[in-house]
Structure formats: structure tokens, C-alpha cells
Design a protein around this ligand. Structure first.
Ligand SMILES: [Zn+2]
Length: 609
């Protein structure tokens, strides 16, 4: 009786819900309605171990609905490392909340120090997961692969050809901001971490400026362990399409053309082949020109060194950005990442000689004109076939406009493939830069990048070019903990006394291009534009009018040329003619009391041979 009553009430509720159009959309607040899932049956599903396997991962045992927390991950990996002599875990440093950033070293030779690993003379592959901790596919894929290469005994041969450095969770604090509400556009796992670190900084905007302890730890590791290949594993947001694993890197137009050639001609076809063989759908990075209309094309974006892949390009470290497609199920994404990592290990075993030759060629390259920013050329773009998903524009009652909906129907579209691969702005490479010791935050960051520098033991007078900053404009909002600044710098020549402890940075070094991009004020990722030199924009001394008046009178009486110049200015500039302050300032600027350091960017460019 009770039961029947309950049943009737349920039916009534469901009918009510359907009538109100609520049944799917408001079943529970917080339950996301994603576009339709595309069916997938990849062969890579065979990598999932049986439920009773002692080394099953949480992702596998939960049918890829869950991913382990930081402590669970570390515990599982520590147990694996204890059981597998080929593995060792080391901490690269601590996060702001005090967590260790762990790296697993997988080496058949048990080469667990940078020197020993280099001495093993095998390719070194560094795969980094969870820079955005909600995008955590790489962690679960890497755990499975580490197991299969060691205790499971299935793929031991992988460690014959290459050594692996694996960072399971880079953004460790963000990983523990763990909930069902971290990734609204992503199909699983049910709970994840967050994008930004404990101070709300995006680590994938920190490669150039190095503010965060996490990024500093990684850059130190890159310098110490010197990998042959570096993977930064992400998940996308945005448009729907068929590809599940997309990846890219800066092209041959960038700062490392030989490396780009290897990535494009050797890495990509190999990974594509292996991913397809396992039932995955590899593709290029997909950044639509218009997220509502693929027909307008996609853009292959050359970014600045704040991003991993661009940073790698500028420092001649082969770096690949991997973006798994957020709308694919977690299982498909993790298994695709597994195939990607395995395929890369196998490729490196065969192709590292060519890759190392490419790295050497790019490290020895000295571009005379260094590009600072990029634009899309005027010539018509290439056309590519894009494995897209059909979309439609539907009217919206909420916005009274319209919005894009993805129908789940695969379509192949012929679309323009834009590339901003033409230098928009270049600068002549100086012989060296000179930085006074007062700008210690900048010197310290350059040293952390691994830029070689010579420190003065006593003061030295040097003839340098210096920039006078004009039209400085501060950003109207904070970005990544900084207030950015743009300007139109103008070159002046100065004989300058650089105090002891100033540094001279030659651009004739492998990180020469990086020094240029960090030190030229016209470069969007320069320390200047990030706001590390805001102090120079303030004038700190001033003149009283009771002093400037008699002084200006005397200047006019004693200097006929100055007088003519002043009269000309009065005639030609009506604002000036009406402004007593501007007039006094005009005279003040022509006295030796005026601050010559105001707006003078303190970094010198040594250009003489
Ligand atoms: Zn990301």
C-alpha cells in the first residue's frame, strides 16, 4: 500500500518535471549537461587490468570515474617504487602549502641522479601532468604505464630504449582543491582539482616570469635533468570535435626550426600512427577563430614564453603541448595519453640521435633579428580537413540572443588553417645586456632560467644603448599578480657607469634568445611589460615655482636660441601656451636639476663589436 502510494507520487513528479521541462536540466543543481558523447571502442581498452590485479589504479578500479587524491597517488607510487628497483621518487621542491612536487625516475640502470642519468646515455623523456590540476589525465595514464614497465612485466622493453621522468601532479595544491565543481566543461572524472595554484596563479603563464615556487622547481629540474623531450599534459575547454588527443608545438618559423622539423616530421607521424592503431583520433591543437563556427577556420597560435610550449621553443628544449579533448570520456582520454607516452618512449629509443642534432643546431643558432611578437600573414591560409562535430545556432530565451549547440554528429569540414607565424616586431640582437644590481629580482630570475652571466667585481663604464620609455600605459586590471605596462621605447646612447655586482649577459649563448625576449621592453613577455620596472615611471624630485620663475627668466636672457625655441613652442602648442605648469616644467627639463633617470629603462644594450 505504502509502496503503491510512493510509486504514484513518483509518477506524478516525473510528469510534472517533464511538463515543466525540468527533468533533464534541473535534476540536480551542479549536474552538468554536456553535448552528446561520441561512441568509442578503442583497442587501448586492453591496457586496463583485471579487477583483482594487485596493482590496479583507482582510475581503473572505478571504471575511470575517479582519480586518486594527492596522498593516495603518492602512497601508490611509493609502494610501486618500493617493489620496482627501476623506480625512484624524488621531490623537486615544495608548493606554497608545503606539499612535495614529486617526480618518478624510471631507469633500468637505476640512474637516479642527473649525472648518472646523463652517463647512462639514453634518451630522457620528461612527462609532466597536472599543471592545471583539474586536467589530470596524464597522472592516471602515467601510473598505469609505470606499472606496466616494471612490476607487471608487460612492457619492460620500454626502459631498454629510454628513461622516463614523470611528474604525476605538478600543481599539487590546486589538485587538493578537490571537488565535483572544478571542470564544468569536462567529461570526468567525477571530482578533480582546480586550474590555478594556492595563490590563484596560473602556472602555465609563469614560465617566463617565474613567480611561483612550483614553476621555479620545474625550471630547476629542467636545467638539472636536461631532458631530450618535454611533454606538458592538459585537457581542453571549448568547441566539440572528433579528435580525442590533440598536440602541438611552435612551428619551423619559431626560435628552434631544427627541433620543430623533428617534431613535425618524425614525432607527429609516429604518434598519429600509434594512436590511430589503438583506436584514438589524434589531431592538431584546435583553437577555433570563432568558437561558434568552425568554417572560419582554426589558428595555430605562436605564443610568448609564458606558456610551456613557447618557452621550450625559445630555450631550444623540444616541448610538446598535449590537449586531450574535454568532451571525451575520462577513460578514452587516459588511455589515449597512455598510448601517447608509450609511443614516445619507443620513438625516442630509435630517433634520439637526430633529435639531439636538432637541439645542438638550434642552440648554436644566433638570429641577428630576433622576433618579439607574431602576426598572421596576409597571404591566404592553407586549407585542412578538420574532423569536426556538427553545430547549430539556437535561439536563447535567457540572453534573448542565440548560442552554439553541438549535435554529436561527426562531419569533416574543409577549413582555413591560420598561423600567426610572421614576425610582427623584431629587434636587432645586441652583443650583450647590462643590468645594474639594484634590479635583483630580474637578475635572479635570469639566473634561475640558466642564463649565463658575468658579474662585475668592480664598477665599469660602458657605452650602451638604453631605452627611454615613452607613453607608458598601465593595464587597467591586475593579471597574474602583476600590473602590466606597455610603452613606445626610444633608443638613446649613454656612457654609463655600471656599479660592482652588475651583470653582463652575452647573447652569444644557447639561452641568448630567451634573454632577448625577457629584457627587450617591446617583448610582451619581458620583465618590463610584466611590471618589474614600474619604479622608473615615477619622477621623484620637483621644483618650486618661486625658484623656477627667476631661473627661467635668467635662462631666456642668457640663451637666445632657447628663447626662440620657447616662442616657437608658444605659437605652435595652444595647450602649452595656456598652462603655467607646463611652461615651468619645460624650463625645468632644460636645467641640470631635472631627473635624467626618469623613464630610463636601466638595462643597457651593448652593441659595439
Ligand atoms: Zn590546461
Amino acid at each position: 500500500m505504502m509502496r503503491e502510494k510512493f510509486f504514484a507520487r513518483e509518477i506524478a513528479f516525473i510528469l510534472f518535471a517533464i511538463i515543466c521541462g525540468w527533468f533533464y536540466s534541473y535534476e540536480a543543481i551542479g549536474q552538468v549537461i554536456l553535448p552528446p558523447e561520441l561512441p568509442w571502442y578503442g583497442k587501448s581498452q586492453s591496457f586496463v587490468v583485471a579487477k583483482n590485479d594487485p596493482w590496479i589504479t583507482l582510475a581503473e578500479s572505478s571504471d575511470f570515474t575517479r582519480t586518486p587524491r594527492f596522498d593516495e597517488t603518492v602512497k601508490w607510487l611509493q609502494e610501486l617504487a618500493a617493489a620496482a628497483p627501476e623506480l625512484k621518487m624524488i621531490s623537486l621542491g615544495k608548493s606554497p602549502e608545503g606539499r612535495d612536487i614529486w617526480m618518478v625516475i624510471a631507469s633500468k640502470e637505476r640512474a637516479f641522479t642527473p649525472a648518472a642519468l646523463r652517463a647512462a646515455n639514453k634518451p630522457i623523456f620528461l612527462a609532466q601532468a597536472g599543471i592545471h590540476a583539474g586536467e589530470i589525465d596524464g597522472k592516471d595514464a602515467g601510473m598505469m604505464l609505470l606499472r606496466d614497465m616494471t612490476v607487471a612485466g608487460k612492457k619492460r622493453d620500454l626502459l631498454d630504449g629510454a628513461n622516463l621522468l614523470f611528474i604525476p601532479i605538478f600543481n599539487v595544491d590546486a589538485h587538493e582543491r578537490f571537488s565535483a565543481y572544478g571542470r564544468i566543461n569536462q567529461r570526468g572524472p567525477v571530482e578533480t582539482g582546480w586550474r590555478t595554484n594556492a595563490r590563484n596563479l596560473n602556472l602555465n603563464r609563469d614560465y617566463a616570469k617565474l613567480d611561483t615556487p612550483e614553476m621555479r622547481a620545474i625550471i630547476r629540474a629542467l636545467n638539472e635533468w636536461n631532458p631530450d623531450l618535454y611533454f606538458d599534459l592538459h585537457v581542453t575547454d571549448g568547441a566539440d570535435y572528433q579528435y580525442d588527443i590533440t598536440f602541438g608545438y611552435t612551428g619551423k618559423h619559431g626560435y628552434s626550426p631544427a627541433i620543430a622539423t623533428w617534431l613535425e616530421e618524425i614525432l607527429r607521424p609516429n604518434l598519429d600512427r600509434d594512436l590511430k592503431a589503438m583506436g584514438h583520433i589524434p589531431g592538431p591543437l584546435v583553437f577555433p577563430i570563432n568558437g561558434r563556427d568552425f568554417q572560419q577556420g582554426i589558428i595555430d597560435f605562436t605564443a610568448g614564453p609564458r606558456f610551456s610550449n613557447s618557452y621550450g621553443d625559445v630555450r631550444h628544449l623540444p616541448t610538446v603541448l598535449i590537449e586531450n579533448h574535454s568532451l571525451k570520456p575520462y577513460k578514452q582520454r587516459v588511455l589515449g595519453t597512455y598510448v601517447l607516452l608509450e609511443s614516445t618512449m619507443r620513438l625516442l629509443a630509435k630517433e634520439t640521435r637526430k633529435l639531439r642534432e636538432a637541439v645542438t643546431a638550434d642552440c648554436n643558432r644566433r638570429q641577428q633579428d630576433v622576433p618579439l611578437s607574431w602576426q598572421v600573414p596576409k597571404s591566404p591560409p592553407a586549407m585542412i580537413d578538420l574532423l569536426a562535430v556538427e553545430s547549430k545556432i539556437s535561439p536563447s530565451k535567457i540572453t534573448r540572443s542565440d548560442y552554439v549547440q553541438w549535435t554529436g554528429k561527426p562531419v569533416t569540414l574543409r577549413v582555413p588553417h591560420m598561423q600567426n607565424n610572421e614576425p610582427a616586431l623584431t629587434v636587432r640582437r645586441p652583443k650583450a645586456y647590462w643590468i645594474p644590481p639594484a634590479w635583483s629580482e630580474v637578475i635572479e630570475r635570469l639566473a634561475l632560467h640558466g642564463v649565463q652571466m658575468e658579474k662585475l667585481t668592480e664598477p665599469r663604464e660602458v657605452e650602451v644603448e638604453m631605452y627611454r620609455i615613452q607613453n607608458a600605459k598601465l593595464a587597467n586590471q591586475a593579471f597574474e599578480g602583476h600590473v602590466g605596462v606597455t610603452s613606445t621605447p626610444v633608443i638613446e646612447r649613454h656612457k654609463r657607469n655600471f656599479p660592482a655586482a652588475s651583470v653582463r649577459i652575452s647573447t652569444d649563448q644557447p639561452l641568448g634568445d630567451l634573454a632577448v625576449l625577457l629584457l627587450e621592453p617591446d617583448s610582451p613577455d619581458s620583465f618590463f611589460q610584466w611590471g618589474f620596472f614600474l619604479e622608473i615611471l615615477s619622477a621623484t624630485e620637483y621644483v618650486e615655482e618661486y625658484v623656477m620663475h627667476p631661473m627661467a627668466e635668467r635662462m631666456l636672457a642668457e640663451d637666445a636660441k632657447l628663447k626662440a625655441e620657447f616662442e616657437q613652442k608658444l605659437k605652435s602648442d595652444s595647450t602649452f601656451a595656456k598652462s603655467p605648469q607646463e611652461k615651468l616644467q619645460w624650463f625645468y627639463q632644460r636645467t641640470p636639476f631635472f631627473d635624467r633617470e626618469w623613464n630610463l629603462y636601466p638595462v643597457g644594450r651593448e652593441t659595439k663589436p
